[in-house]
Design a protein around this ligand. Structure first.
Ligand code: AMP
Ligand code: ZN
Length: 435
């Protein structure tokens, strides 16, 4: 059997047909959603029903759903079916209070796996690829989400999970891995372990494609990772509340992530006024599931900031693309009156070849004003005791960061490996003012 996940009819629908399909699926989702205690009560109070939606533009009549709604409804308040129909749950990492738990029936898992397979195919993966998933398995969706999708596509899949770099490298070399999935922050560390063992992934592996996502990263980081591994890196967007991976993915053109609009409604709003912004303008992404039965989530405020790329993609897919995520509304910090996103600093650091991929931004409130300190690791190749060289580098970083964020940082240069490692998503900011 040949598996192809180029689902041409759905992926190239013209706008009118796509929107008609979305309106139909939204009506179905509402009909299901009102079976849940949460949406049942809310929509009844507001007099909303499937008939409220004639065209997809009517979606603005529906209220937003926010993370606290999911937390308050934990664990079963959004469930639309008997618990016996549920086959899987995932949840967000929530460090305090209730997490947001998402429940799936078998249809939901099949639909999700199809979207991940479609995404991987769009980015060039094929059934004869060997796919190694370096994501945590368990409640985090990057593990099982990619696993099911890659199996559906027909790849030989290696569920390596996160960490244990030496074993990752051995598996990669023994099984001839051609495609990996990882958080981008891990790949720099993995490369360091290759180098420590006298290996070079460009020479010693068969890697062709790297799927990177789950955390904000800049184009500079992508270019650096591609250079280190000699393979193309594709951006993957997902979030637990919307299943996990497979919501948006870059195609072979590597120019923004197609959001699979036959299964999600994509809106970008101004987070202050909550009004839609025109295509091309940055705002908060709002997503609605259209193909989830056990737990539809409607007009979910993701808190992720991005924009729709207005041009059509040369690949022929008509699903609109979003630009890379600049950060979450709650990632932004204010220092000396300037609004700063960590990714702005990352962009500067990753342009400096003497620096490795790991860094930490520490912010302290001091009597004389807030201080931002950037701790950045050097690459092993540049580790030097030459004070003058180090001082010149430090000055260059201060100047480049000041140009970007309009505030002068303190810069501390560290040896490779000095910043503590943790599995999963990297923590880049330590704001001691909040401690
Ligand atoms: P989780 O539900 O734990 O997988 O986290 C989802 C969040 O991870 C999203 O809301 C984004 O903030 C972030 N995220 C996921 N994919 C990307 C990506 N490709 N680029 C930037 N941030 C991402
Ligand atoms: Zn495309």
């Amino acid at each position: 059997m040949t598996n192809t996940f180029w689902q041409e009819e759905l992926e190239t629908l013209d706008r009118a047909r796509l929107e008609a399909l979305q309106a139909k699926k939204l009506r179905e989702s509402i009909a299901r959603a009102v079976q849940s205690p949460f949406y049942g009560k809310r929509y009844r109070e507001l007099g909303l029903s499937p008939d409220s939606i004639r065209t997809i533009a009517d979606i603005v009549k529906l209220p937003f759903t926010v993370k606290d709604d999911l937390r308050d409804a934990y664990p079963f308040g959004l469930l639309t079916c008997p618990k016996t129909d549920v086959v899987r749950m995932h949840c967000t990492s929530g460090t305090t209070g209730n997490p947001a738990a998402i429940l799936h029936n078998q249809h939901d898992l099949d639909s999700w796996a199809n979207l991940v397979a479609r995404s991987m195919y769009a980015a060039g993966a094929r059934p004869d690829d060997v796919f190694q998933n370096m994501s945590g398995y368990g409640l985090f969706t990057g593990g099982l989400g990619f696993q099911d999708g890659a199996e559906k596509l027909g790849c030989l899949t290696i569920p390596a999970a996160a960490g244990n770099s030496k074993r990752q490298i051995k598996l990669m070399m023994d099984f001839g891995t051609t495609v990996v999935h990882s958080v981008p922050s891990y790949l720099g560390r993995l490369h360091a372990v290759f180098a420590e063992n006298g290996l070079d992934p460009r020479r010693d592996t068969r890697l062709k494609r790297l799927f990177i996502g789950a955390e904000p990263h800049s184009e500079e980081t992508r270019l650096r990772i591609q250079e280190l591994f000699g393979a193309k890196a594709y951006n993957s967007f997902g979030m637990t509340e919307m299943n996990g991976p497979g919501v948006g993915f870059e195609c072979a053109c590597q120019n923004g992530m197609h959001i699979w609009e036959d299964c999600y409604v994509l809106e970008i709003i101004d987070p202050e006024t909550l009004q839609p912004v025109p295509d091309g303008e940055v705002g908060e992404m709002v997503l609605t599931t259209l193909d989830r039965q056990a737990m539809p989530v409607i007009r979910y405020r993701t808190r992720d900031l991005t924009r729709v790329i207005p041009e059509t993609c040369p690949c022929g897919r008509t699903a609109r693309r979003i630009d890379r995520i600049t950060g979450r509304t709650d990632d932004m910090f204010i220092i000396k009156g300037c609004n700063v996103f960590p990714i702005q600093i990352e962009r500067v650091l990753m342009r400096i070849p003497e620096l490795g991929s790991d860094y930490l931004i520490v912010i302290e409130g001091k009597p004389e004003g807030d201080v931002i300190t950037i701790q950045a690791e050097l690459t092993p190749a540049f580790c030097t005791d030459n004070f003058k060289e180090l001082e010149n580098l430090r000055r260059r970083i201060i100047a480049d960061v000041r140009d970007e964020i309009l505030v002068s940082p303190v810069v501390q240069l560290l040896s490779p490996g000095e910043i503590p490692r943790r599995e999963g998503k990297a923590v880049r900011v330590n704001d001691l003012r909040k401690a």
